[in-house]
Ligand binder design. Structure first.
Ligand code: DAH
Length: 339
């Protein structure tokens, strides 16, 4: 009896000292587990005289029940406290302003390239991307611009070792396509080009978009019709094109293409410098020497080509007045363009 009383006190004291449900469980096992102290008492019953056993058994059972209740209710208490602590720790203040993910935006060049690709893909053009490090042959010679040709001076070239250079024009890709593909050919070739030129209106690296169509019976009229469609789509309905004679070694005849000023509708304004027209690209009928150099019969096939500066189109389209903005990478500037 005395032992039982001691045990009850012991349990009470032990429980009161416990601060976590995990420790409480360990303590429960110590007293109530299979090899716990209460079970040990039960086992000792066999040493008692038989007449004392029922009474003692009852007492031990009573203390077991009491202990179980004690542990149960204290466990509930501790778990509730612990849950609260967990909630406290995980608490978030939903009224705090969130941390916004910064979203990038497309560079105006990329927007223009994507738009051009869409327009021309709709007309059946395929995309070809040539290398930025080119051979002299593809960049010049095969484009009817041999080493002694004065037109080489039109483009200040970054020469690398041997015959290699940084391409000065995406026109180099025309040759790579025509060498590998028989007509009909209809390709669009966007990419970066390089020239040793750096001032307010020139950057040593910029982007161009080249187009090439070769098939039987292609004429300057086809070029004009396609340009009209392009001008309407990129600058807006009602925009017209006009061709002016020009010179490029790889086209004959060569033209400079103007679009009617989309700002003033052709009346004359600051954008078109009062002329009503804005120059946007160079083009022409592919010079037969270029076709022949690529093994294409120039009596059977003809073609047109065009090349435009992406930055120029972007500046016109988005009203950007300083080309350097396109190369500075200023996020405040770039953020304005959503694609
Ligand atoms: N490659 C020329 C340049 O960089 C642009 C050009 C003009 C491309 C006429 C063409 C073309 O394909 O037919 O100035």
């Amino acid at each position: 009896m005395q032992d039982l009383d001691e045990l009850r006190k012991k349990i009470d004291k032990a429980v009161a000292e416990i601060k976590s449900s995990k420790n409480l469980h360990e303590m429960r096992m110590k007293f109530l587990g299979k090899s716990g102290e209460i079970s040990a008492l039960m086992k000792q019953m066999k040493d008692l005289p038989p007449e004392e056993r029922p009474k003692t058994g009852k007492l031990i059972n009573a203390i077991r029940e009491w202990a179980e209740k004690r542990f149960d209710s204290y466990e509930k208490e501790l778990k509730a406290i612990e849950l609260n602590q967990k909630y406290e720790q995980e608490k978030i203040d939903v009224t705090l302003p969130g941390i916004r993910n910064k979203k990038g935006s497309y560079h105006p060049d990329t927007l223009v390239i994507n738009e051009l690709v869409n327009i021309f893909a709709g007309m059946g053009f395929e995309i070809f991307e040539g290398p930025e490090i080119e051979n002299d042959y593809y960049n010049f010679t095969a484009l009817n611009t041999p080493k002694d040709h004065p037109a080489r001076d039109m483009q200040d070239t970054f020469y690398l070792s041997g015959d290699l250079l940084l391409r000065t024009q995406t026109s180099a890709g025309q040759i790579r396509v025509m060498e590998n593909k028989k007509p009909p050919i209809k390709i669009l070739s966007p990419g970066k080009v390089y020239r040793s030129d750096d001032d307010a209106t020139h950057s040593p690296m910029f982007s161009q978009m080249e187009g090439l169509v070769v098939d039987k019976g292609i004429t300057l009229c086809d070029l004009k019709g396609m340009l009209d469609e392009f001008a309407r789509k990129i600058f807006g309905e009602g925009v017209k094109t006009r061709l002016r004679p020009s010179y490029f070694p790889f086209t004959e005849p060569s033209v400079e293409v103007d679009v009617s000023c989309f700002e003033c509708g052709g009346k004359g304004c600051r954008l078109c410098k009062g002329t009503g027209w804005i120059e946007v690209l160079g083009a022409g009928m592919v010079n037969r020497r270029v076709l022949e150099g690529c093994g294409i019969d120039a009596d059977e096939y003809t073609g047109f080509a065009f090349g435009m500066g992406i930055e120029r189109i972007a500046m016109l389209k988005y009203g950007i007045n300083n080309m350097k903005l396109l190369f500075d990478g200023d996020v405040k500037f770039l953020k304005q363009f959503k694609g």
